[in-house]
Design a binder for this molecule. Structure first.
Ligand SMILES: C[S@@+](CC[C@H](N)C(=O)[O-])C[C@H]1O[C@@H](n2cnc3c(N)ncnc32)[C@H](O)[C@@H]1O
Length: 231
């Protein structure tokens, strides 16, 4: 069950050119064994993973702000990948790498245990209809898969403008043995000023939606021995 349908949307000529010319340096193709991110980035640094980066504005802004960290983005929408690569080129960003692939597979098969210190999922597709809720990315099983690549203490930051999904995220995180709410007293966090606004956040605000941030911390829970990731 996929959390996305490939949206139509053609690459502009400059996006196509950016993918063509920059992919070999900034893109990551499906590996046959889990990635050694020190080799991928050419150094050892704290790492942030953003799932579903859309147009890449958040990822590029954070990467420019924090040259000391490395940023890995996962997105399946090609025009978004093209836009991000154009911005990487324009701003000369060196600390970003991009996977054009289903994040569920990236988490389960591409990444080594404990390789991500911070994980961001901003405005994931809300899948409004009840019969589609099973497509939502944030679910109990997926949180356990995320936990494998995050060491204890690592931070998970979720945001959404769809109140019923926010409520569901809160319940799911509270019930997960792998994460605890990092907000003193629990509940939603105030919007951190450090989070750049994204296209989908602006859209939600135009529609009059409230925006919810949820900050969680990886606990020291370990998956039962012998559990194999699926996906
Ligand atoms: C509603 S958009 C939000 C984009 C961006 N985070 C923002 O706030 O503007 C959700 C994005 O997640 C991507 N996406 C959904 N499921 C994904 C998956 N399993 N792997 C990678 N990307 C995914 C979609 O292609 C889409 O671009």
């Amino acid at each position: 069950m996929r959390s996305f349908v490939r949206r139509a949307g053609r690459l502009t000529p400059s996006q196509a050119r950016a993918i063509e010319s920059l992919w070999s340096h900034f893109g990551i193709d499906p590996p046959s064994t889990p990635l050694d991110l020190d080799t991928v980035f050419g150094r050892h640094a704290a790492r942030t993973l953003e799932i579903g980066f859309g147009d890449g504005d958040n990822l590029a802004t954070l990467a420019a702000r924090h040259p000391e960290r490395d940023y890995l983005g996962v997105e399946v929408h090609d025009p978004g990948v093209g836009r991000l690569l154009l911005r990487i080129e324009r701003e000369g960003l060196e600390n970003i790498r991009v996977a054009r692939h289903d994040a569920v597979e990236v988490i389960n098969h591409w990444l080594a245990p404990d390789s991500i210190d911070e994980l961001l999922v901003f405005f994931p597709d809300p899948w409004h209809k009840k019969r589609h809720h099973k497509r939502r990315l944030i679910q109990a099983g997926f949180l356990e898969q995320l936990a494998r690549v995050m060491p204890p203490g690592a931070r998970l930051h979720l945001a959404t403008d769809w109140a019923p999904y926010a409520e569901d995220m809160l319940i799911t995180c509270d019930a997960s043995p792998a994460f605890e709410n990092a907000q003193p007293g629990g509940g939603y966090a105030a919007r951190p000023d450090t989070r750049p606004t994204t296209k989908f956040e602006r859209r939600g605000l135009r529609l009059g939606h409230e925006v919810f941030d949820l900050l969680c911390k990886r606990t020291d829970w370990q998956p039962p021995q012998g559990d194999q990731p699926s996906g």
